[in-house]
Design a protein around this ligand. Structure first.
Ligand code: ZN
Length: 510
């Protein structure tokens, strides 16, 4: 078989596996939005069948032969095709290296852990969840041992989410970041009275909230002919296929902010998913293989950039405070852009990560990073997690939870086997600030455009600098190409100092 013929086989199989993944994603979306409750058992069976089929089609040994034929004749392919072959080969090797019993044991352990976690969280009962985490940790270590890792087992876990990131690199990054956040928080909480968010804490009609949020998402350039927005209990974004990216929204009856920032966040993810296919990915075979997200950190950088950096900026509210007043005249007609802007930038020491503001958010992530790397390294016993968690909260945020339900049991990630996931949130925040600095430099009128409600100019810049590359580069290569510098926490610290200094009228240390 010629290398080109082998490549054609690879493309065919890739398309087939991609279609199975799309069908899985659509069923999973339906489960969260539309599915009648009594269909749960049938749906679980459908998803398991599809997962089995996908695994079988993808781990076919013939793929290994086709990959080898392509790799042996790399001169016959262009750069983009070579990158596509490299990525497909990586996925194939990882999928075939893992023994089937380990994969099945992992799936069973995760579903049992999820059940146990829901109950344990509600009853604030860490000992009820602990044996599940013990089992998941053991599986994670075995998985890392099979797949290999750079230096420490935690590096192997990071490979699933942020390829190339290492525990040592992340530790250095948090060590630079965390000591600079705490003094900023200390100054701001002393001036808490300078921000009043009552204008957003009122009853808001649900239909009007939906209409307003949809208008903002349209201004961002989310293509609703290639996607949709529906309701779910937890907002999310899922890229089903080319031309089909779905967002879900949430809603709070007495606060406008969750609906607005929730949908802007998901639309940031959604623009990335739509942008993956924007650069002719359907026409060029190499691009088709690369039209997937680069990493979780990069994905999160897109949602955070829109949610925090753009939608919490003064120019954004200069454009959208008058729009909000159209939808909510009784609540907001008398509220100006500056007041809205301050109200969406309220800083508080808090216990719950998902409710944390932009300034304290990464301290919550630092708590989780500390605890989980100690767990994976075996320096911390599962039984001692609550004590370690509470001590880290006290040290970093200055508050300790009253119970484990609002402490170490608050997040779903560990129960889903997601050890090594949390740091990608902080990476997303850092990448976002670094991309934003570059966008401002390259688009000198960006703030003015945003103040006019013209947000698409930023979408287009992101599309050309980030989205169109898909997974061709690692996250740090991508950031360096887009911004001219390797990933760093400096732009993020500069952003926080400028923003919260202005909101609170204080001078913050850098
Ligand atoms: Zn997100």
């Amino acid at each position: 078989m010629t290398p080109r013929a082998a490549f054609a086989e690879l493309l065919r199989r890739h398309a087939e596996v991609r279609d199975l993944s799309s069908a899985t994603a659509l069923l999973a979306w339906d489960q969260e939005t539309m599915m009648p409750r009594k269909a749960a058992a049938a749906r679980a069976s459908q998803l398991a069948t599809l997962a089995g089929l996908r695994h079988e089609r993808f781990t076919d040994p013939r793929l290994g032969d086709w990959i080898a034929a392509c790799e042996a004749a790399s001169g016959e392919f262009d750069d983009e095709e070579r990158a596509g072959i490299r990525e497909l080969a990586r996925d194939w090797r990882r999928a075939t290296q893992l023994p089937r019993d380990l994969v099945e044991e992992q799936a069973a352990a995760e579903s049992a852990a999820l059940e146990a976690w829901r109950e344990a969280r509600a009853r604030s009962d860490w000992p009820a969840f602990a044996p599940h985490l013990e089992r998941l940790l053991d599986l994670a270590r075995r998985r890392a041992a099979v797949l290999g890792f750079a230096d420490r087992p935690y590096d192997g876990l990071l490979d699933d989410y942020e390829r190339g990131a290492t525990e040592a690199g992340l530790a250095q990054l948090f060590d630079q970041l965390v000591p600079r956040l705490a003094p900023m928080v200390a100054i701001i909480v002393e001036h808490a009275g300078r921000v009043d968010s009552r204008c957003f804490r009122q009853p808001f009609d649900e239909r009007a909230q939906e209409a307003f949020a949809t208008r903002v998402v349209a201004a961002m350039g989310f293509d609703t002919d290639a996607g949709r927005i529906d309701r779910s209990s937890h907002p999310f974004c899922t890229g089903i296929a080319r031309g089909d990216v779905r967002l879900t929204r949430r809603f709070a009856a007495d606060d406008l902010r969750p609906a607005l920032f929730g949908i802007v966040h998901e639309a940031g993810h959604g623009l990335y998913e739509q942008g993956l296919h924007a650069a002719g990915a359907a026409e060029r075979p190499g691009a088709a293989l690369l039209a997937e997200a680069c990493s979780l950190g990069v994905h999160e950088s897109q949602s955070r950039l829109w949610e925090n950096i753009v939608a919490r900026s003064l120019p954004f509210w200069q454009a959208f405070a008058p729009v909000a007043a159209e939808y909510f005249p009784a609540q907001l007609a008398a509220v100006g852009a500056e007041e809205c802007w301050r109200a969406v930038n309220e800083v508080q020491r808090s216990l719950i990560r998902v409710e944390a503001d932009e300034l304290t958010y990464n301290l919550h992530v630092a708590v989780r990073f500390d605890v989980e790397r100690a767990l994976v390294a075996g320096r911390l016993a599962v039984a001692d997690v609550p004590a370690a968690w509470n001590a880290a909260m006290q040290r970093l945020i200055g508050l300790a939870p009253g119970n484990d339900g609002e402490g170490c049991l608050q997040d779903i990630h560990w129960a889903m086997g997601g050890l090594g996931y949390f740091p990608t949130y902080t990476l997303g925040n850092l990448y976002a600030a670094q991309l934003w600095e570059t966008a401002q430099r390259e688009l000198p009128r960006l703030d003015e455009a945003i103040a006019q409600g013209e947000l698409v100019v930023l979408r287009d810049w992101l599309r050309a600098s980030v989205h169109c590359h898909g997974r061709r580069f690692t996250a740090s290569e991508l950031i360096e190409r887009a911004t001219g510098a390797p990933p760093s926490s400096e732009p993020f610290v500069r952003h926080l100092r400028a923003r919260f200094g202005a909101v609170y009228g204080v001078t913050l240390p850098g």
